[in-house]
Design a protein around this ligand. Structure first.
Ligand code: FES
Length: 230
């Protein structure tokens, strides 16, 4: 974990990136990890903002939306991280599914370049995919998840905390049995969206997540925000 200053090189109003962030290489978060960022250009102290990668770029990374509307190009950021556990794409995965129930798939798309680099076929399940995605990607509606389960040998999901129980129920108890992914550590990972106000420093508990039996309650800021389901 490191602290350093970075700055906003560019803001994007549309598309899969919210901003291009310049920072030291050690601060660049891996897919699913995050930084806590405070803008030193804000006139009043504010809570640190979690920043997730939507892809790497020379000298830094692309931040996934949303970002505070008050952040402008040139703003200097105080950065702490990378924090938490991110996605672990298995090197042997050749059929990769990225699934979100909402419109923002940017945090999952940080896995795009690594998956393409290992020549995986990729399916993106998202209701509003951003423009300019590689043509090799298959775009499917979120409702296709039960059908994609038998195909994928790695599944990464991004969803809000309140949708976690329903997703776990579908993955762990859904029928028919033959359509579920065979349980194997690391085969299904879920990035759980929660507030991350302290990043584990104050043990505030705002990021608490209830996982399946045997795993119990965890802190998304330290134990996640990406969790193995099996
Ligand atoms: S964000 Fe405070 S304990 Fe996790």
């Amino acid at each position: 974990m490191h602290t350093a200053k970075g700055f906003i090189e560019e803001i994007f109003l549309q598309g899969r990136w919210a901003a291009r962030i310049a920072c030291p290489p050690a601060l660049v978060p891996a897919p699913g990890q995050y930084l806590l960022a405070t803008s030193l250009s804000e006139p009043l102290p504010v809570l640190a903002q979690p920043l997730f990668s939507a892809g790497v770029c020379p000298g830094g990374f692309y931040a996934a939306p949303p970002l505070p509307a008050s952040w402008l190009p040139g703003a200097v950021l105080r950065l702490r991280g990378p924090l938490g556990h991110g996605f672990s794409l298995p090197p042997g995965a050749r059929k990769v599914a990225l699934a979100t129930q909402h419109t923002n798939s940017a945090r999952l798309l940080a896995l795009l370049e690594p998956a393409l680099a290992q020549k995986a076929s990729i399916a993106l399940l998202c209701s509003q995919p951003p423009a300019s995605l590689p043509a090799a990607l298959e775009i499917l509606p979120p409702a296709s998840l039960p059908e994609i389960l038998p195909w994928a040998d790695y599944l990464a999901i991004d969803l809000p905390r309140d949708q976690l129980p329903g997703m776990l129920s579908m993955l762990l108890q859904g029928e028919p049995q033959s359509k579920r992914l065979p349980p194997r550590a690391g085969r299904v990972q879920i990035l759980v969206q929660t507030p991350l106000p302290c990043g584990g420093l104050a043990k505030c508990g705002a990021c608490s997540v209830e996982l399946p039996a045997g795993k119990g309650q965890r802190l998304a800021c330290e134990d996640g925000p990406v969790f193995d389901i099996y």
